[in-house]
Design a protein around this ligand. Structure first.
Ligand SMILES: Cc1ncc(COP(=O)(O)O)c(C=O)c1O
Length: 390
């Protein structure tokens, strides 16, 4: 994660706000802050309190386009937040009202943009359309003497770098039609990580696309460029160690699932990379052997608690074995619930490389599991964090 934080600071020609929702663990906030990421995209008062506690003095932007009046007031008056996003006139009026007509607001107008090439679209629910954007931009411009900006999100796990440039062209058109300059262009999150079957272009292609897009926009000399990466900063930073409670043929019943850290494995059917670990004394040995496809079931009574995979694991896997599921630093722990009484975890710091990496720590693709050589590892050598379901 330190490497990812430094990469974004070196290569992104602007300010990097970490999207806390991707992984709100205190150690994530602290590690990012220690590595120079001291701006945070927050979406709620609990996220604001978390950042205030673990990265005191950090800059925060309240980028949820729909906020309660109470949350706006608390953010402004109790936590010194000055940056708020909005995608309609009603939210603008609410922000002005809940801050007592504040004159020192930074107002970010969220535009709806195409999410082609993204695993998750983030424009269906939020964002003003091209037709209504100019009027809203003008209203936001008139409402503040501080910064007025445009923001968008090209969709999470965006596989197409040019999506950023295209969104910036769309933003530029809206600004021209409104006849206003933006003080901030916020390109949002969406920067991808590596998952089986999803090897994105290099991250430098994304920053190149953004630089091209920015150069073509009608902006003034002091216009700032911001981004809000979540996934790309933290995806590689942790694995989950889950225990096999029962094997029924090719179905493995685990103590983690769709109500725990495996939301994407269940709902998006992402076949995260896996390794089989078997306890031998104080060591966890990575088990070799001919691989076979398995599917997972989580611990709750719900049939939705199913991760179809396929997850390729040694065919002699059995009750009591542990499975390391990698690349779960983003939207893993963030999504866990206590449904059915499950959800206890133990977090340990380890120092081995992630299973794949956009930052040169490991291969930038996850090969067919059948072709991978497997080694004996000691858990104490792992890098990042691993979480073990109790
Ligand atoms: C406003 C906003 N910014 C940033 C992000 C982070 O996106 P990602 O994790 O795809 O980088 C999100 C994700 O939902 C978001 O809603």
């Amino acid at each position: 994660m330190a490497l990812a934080a430094r990469w974004f600071q070196d290569k992104f020609k602007g300010d990097v706000f970490y999207a806390v929702k991707a992984n709100p663990s205190p150690w994530v906030i602290e590690t990012l802050a220690a590595n120079g990421v001291t701006s945070f995209d927050v979406a709620s008062i609990p996220e604001i309190e978390l950042v205030a506690q673990h990265a005191p003095g950090a800059r925060m932007a309240f980028m949820h386009p729909v906020k309660s009046r109470a949350a706006i007031s608390a953010a402004y008056f109790d936590h010194g937040v000055r940056t708020f996003s909005l995608d309609c006139h009603e939210e603008l009026a609410k922000i002005l009202d809940a801050t007592g007509g504040a004159k020192d607001l930074n107002l970010m107008v969220r535009l709806a943009v195409a999410a082609e090439g993204a695993a998750y679209s983030l424009s269906g629910k939020f964002g003003v359309d091209s037709h209504s954007a100019p009027d809203l931009l003008l209203a936001a411009r008139r409402a503040t003497q501080e910064l007025m900006g445009v923001a968008f999100h090209v969709g999470s796990q965006c596989m197409r770098p040019t999506a950023y440039q295209a969104a910036m062209t769309q933003a530029s058109r809206a600004l021209v039609r409104a006849g206003v300059f933006a003080d901030v262009v916020d390109v949002g999150g969406g920067f991808p990580s590596v998952y089986p079957g999803m090897t994105p272009p290099a991250l430098a292609d994304y920053t190149d696309s953004i630089e091209r897009g920015f150069a073509e926009m009608m902006v003034h000399e002091t216009t700032e460029l911001w981004c809000e990466p979540g996934r790309a900063l933290v995806a590689e930073a942790s694995s989950v160690l889950t225990k096999v409670e029962l094997r029924k043929g090719d179905a493995l019943y685990l103590n983690d699932g769709s109500y725990g850290s495996l939301f994407d494995a269940a709902h998006s059917k992402w076949p995260f990379p896996v390794k089989l670990l078997r306890r031998e004394g104080d060591e966890a040995i990575e088990v070799e052997g001919a691989l076979k496809p398995f599917r997972f079931y989580g611990p709750t009574c719900d049939s939705i608690d199913h991760m179809p995979g396929p997850f390729w694991l040694p065919e002699d896997i059995r009750e009591g074995d542990y499975i390391e599921i990698g690349m779960l630093g983003a939207y893993g722990v963030a999504m866990t619930t206590r449904f059915n009484g499950f959800g206890d975890v133990e977090t340990v710091q380890v120092d081995d490389a992630p299973m794949a990496s956009m930052f040169g720590l490991a291969k930038r693709s996850i090969a067919s599991p059948k072709a991978e050589n497997q080694n004996v590892v000691k858990l104490s050598r792992a890098r990042g964090k691993k979480r073990r379901r109790k």
